[in-house]
Ligand binder design. Structure first.
Ligand code: FRU
Length: 479
């Protein structure tokens, strides 16, 4: 939603309890609240931040403007989890309350150092002429959730980048701490800068080089770069803006993409033998995905189910955005797979054979099999006339399609109402997680993923198989 700058950057202290109560009241009226996904307590949720493992728990913050469905003065809001399925908000926030983050505590990452969690983030600072000074800054969070911000700026804006320089991701590679930062060159091309912490001192960052990942620079900015390791292979996940569609076909305003490489050569700031660029997700919205490696080497990612510069039907209830399920990354036959963590199965309440249903509560998982040489159509969020979200599965042509045109309130239609993705021309499986206004589809246990919002009308609660043969199971999910 477009709100005036004065509203979006109004100091937090100036908002009254009455104003906050009105926002909460309005939010409570929404019929679309998710039940097992993270949503903002109030206002807008965007990027996942500080996703990490520390003090025996998982930590995940979200970018938030608490006062409405717009991109205003951002803070980080803390959640924690034991199983990556159930997350609790702790009340801890990283607020935009110093001269180094006066216009927003923008995105960043986290890494445990001793007894504390190091938070590495972008301080968005603007002067009286609204000129931006992007500062890469830090803080320590202790085990009780107390946050102490560093006084020093860790990385200043380099001479060869514009004001678009943000989203530091700190990671450990062979015992050495590195960070990558998204950047825009002076001739407006997106690239990534690599830094190294001298003696692993998080106050002392040295520039290593511009990361060579065989990017073309057809994008004008790269947001939220992440380097994670899966079976020792580097996987670079990033959010390029303005990427040329001849380089990669995509429909969303901005794609979320990845490359897999053979190895990482930090000395040369280089990914060795990087793959072509791929879509991380083929759905209507998945962006700013953040990943990290656990101490035992697993790689987890989580995505913002939302996109910048898009208005959502929930805006009228004063909130916007949700977090995806946490997905574990694996590589099989050179291909990246993303699949929800095994503990998700604990949400399964009842099991039935897959069949048409007229009224679900739109919180379920489907686990389906589609034979080879089959064309099938399933409608989720189906009303009595079988209008809803159409899934076309074609294992003969090797194509999966989504059609949102009859699924609830329409929005972002300038970017099309269908999405497709290639699938192997053979039998396939589908795991589909529906949560009120969210649908996450995993083909062949994560070989391809489609993440989307749907804002169903009243009565769009059914499931209908309208073409072909599909078998499988229906699980009611309960948090
Ligand atoms: C991506 C992004 C980041 C930035 C943050 C601000 O959605 O634009 O680049 O740090 O959101 O909320």
């Amino acid at each position: 939603m477009n709100l005036p700058t004065e509203v979006r950057y109004r100091p937090y202290a100036d908002w009254t309890d009455t104003e906050m109560a009105t926002i909460k009241e309005n939010m409570a009226k929404s019929p679309w609240h998710a039940t097992y996904h993270i949503e903002p307590k109030t206002g807008l949720l965007n990027d996942p931040n500080g996703f990490s493992y520390f003090n025996g728990k998982y930590h995940l913050f979200y970018q938030n403007w608490p006062y409405g469905p717009a991109h205003g003065l951002k803070q980080w809001v803390h959640t924690e989890s034991d199983d990556l399925v159930h997350f609790r908000e702790t009340g801890v926030t990283l607020k935009p309350d110093t001269a180094h983050d006066s216009h927003g505590a923008y995105s960043g990452s986290a890494y445990p150092i001793g007894d504390e969690l190091f938070l590495f983030y972008t301080g968005n600072v603007r002067d009286e002429n609204w000129v931006r000074d992007p500062l890469q800054i830090g803080a320590f969070m202790d085990k009780e959730g107390n946050i102490k911000k560093f006084k020093d700026v860790l990385i200043q804006q380099p001479a060869d980048v514009t004001e678009h320089f943000r989203d530091p991701q700190v990671f450990n590679y062979k015992g050495q701490l590195y960070a990558i930062v998204g950047a825009q060159s002076l001739d407006k091309k997106g690239f990534i800068k690599l830094y190294k912490a001298n003696n692993n001192d998080v106050h002392d960052w040295a520039f290593v080089g511009n990361l060579d990942f065989a990017g073309t620079g057809s994008e004008y900015m790269i947001e939220c770069p992440n380097l994670v390791f899966v079976d020792d292979k580097p996987v670079l996940i990033y959010s390029p803006q303005g990427l040329d569609k001849t380089e990669l076909a995509y429909d969303n305003i901005y794609p979320n993409t990845y490359k897999i490489a053979d190895s990482f050569d930090p000395g040369q700031a280089k990914l060795i033998n990087p793959s072509a660029i791929h879509n991380l997700d083929y759905g209507f919205e998945a962006y700013a995905t953040q990943g990290f490696n656990t101490p035992d080497g697993r790689a987890f990612i989580v995505s913002w189910i939302g996109l910048p510069d898009v208005d959502y039907p929930s805006d009228k209830y004063d909130y916007q955005g949700a977090m995806s399920l946490v997905k574990e990354l694996t590589i099989k036959d050179g291909k990246l797979y993303q699949y929800p963590v095994a503990a998700m199965a604990e949400l399964r309440q009842s099991e039935e054979a897959f069949a048409d249903k007229t009224a679900t509560n739109n919180t379920y998982e489907l686990e389906l099999e589609v034979a080879e040489n089959t064309q099938a159509e399933i409608v989720l969020f189906a009303d009595d006339n079988k209008k809803g979200l159409r899934l076309h599965i074609d294992t003969a042509a090797g194509r999966f399609g989504l059609d949102r045109s009859e699924a609830g309130e329409q929005y972002a239609t300038d970017f099309g109402v269908t999405r497709t993705c290639p699938i192997p021309q053979k039998a396939c499986t589908l795991n589909i997680f529906v949560d009120k206004s969210i649908v996450e589809i995993f083909i062949n246990k994560g070989e391809e993923v489609l993440t989307s919002r749907v804002y169903p009308f009243d009565g769009q609660t059914g499931i209908a198989l309208t073409k072909g043969n599909v078998s499988g199971k229906y699980f009611e999910l309960h948090n």
